[in-house]
Design a protein around this ligand. Structure first.
Ligand SMILES: NC(=O)CC[C@H](N)C(=O)O
Length: 213
């Protein structure tokens, strides 16, 4: 018989941040605070090591072109189809969507979320703004930073709406726009939780990654 105490040390899940462009470091810092080990992903071999992946904010057309030239587009589509948890913020949300309105002609989609998003949707009134939101699954309010952000115009039947924002209360008080969604293991926000140093949304994602890792 072996004497002594057996201590169980839970493994931190490895969560990648797609590091082709965009605010990679900010996401990595919050993932570490949310209990994950963050890994920058630029190659297929790195993609193979992760239990979950974040697609950062940046510029979705550029990111989709880079995904193509780094030969990551198809491998990433495959891994997501096989159940890899993913979280996209802003440009990441655009990349994950099934369809993009006001996209560029050469914009490529990961087609991982059954939503139609409108790119730069808030752009005509104000390019950037901040507001407080309620996000399903997060206690208290979340400070949300929108930078040339998309909104979700249409959701499929198994897409859960996590947050909405009133677009233009003067024009139409009922014009609630969808700005955070979840479909199974795929999460997306039109805003940038990585820019406020608040890791609660990353925690929600890392919890899902841990459940399936
Ligand atoms: N802050 C952002 O990620 C902006 C997204 C950008 N408007 C796009 O279409 O990709």
């Amino acid at each position: 018989m072996i004497a002594g105490k057996v201590t169980y040390v839970p493994q931190r899940p490895v969560v990648g941040v797609l590091a082709l462009q965009g605010d990679v470091r900010e996401h990595a810092a919050l993932l570490e605070r949310a209990g994950a080990r963050a890994l920058a992903v630029r190659r297929v071999s790195e993609l193979a090591e992760v239990d979950g992946l974040v697609l950062p904010g940046g510029e979705s057309t550029t990111m989709s072109r880079l995904l193509d030239s780094f030969a990551l587009l198809e491998p990433l589509r495959h891994r997501i189809r096989d159940g890899l948890p993913v979280f996209g913020s802003c440009a990441g949300m655009v990349l994950l969507a099934r369809q993009v309105l006001d996209g560029r002609p050469d914009q490529r989609q990961l087609d991982a979320l059954d939503v139609v998003v409108r790119r730069n949707a808030f752009g005509r009134q104000v390019d950037s703004f901040e507001t407080e939101l309620e996000v399903a699954g997060v206690e208290g309010r979340v400070q949300a930073v929108f930078i040339r952000a998309p909104w979700v115009e249409k959701v499929g039947h198994d897409v859960q709406v996590l947050a909405t924002v009133v677009d233009d209360p003067l024009a139409d008080p009922a014009a609630d726009r969808i700005v955070a969604v979840r479909q199974g293991r795929v999460f997306a926000t039109a805003f940038h939780p990585e820019l406020t140093g608040d890791e609660r949304i990353h925690r929600l994602f890392v919890r899902t990654v841990s459940e399936v890792a």
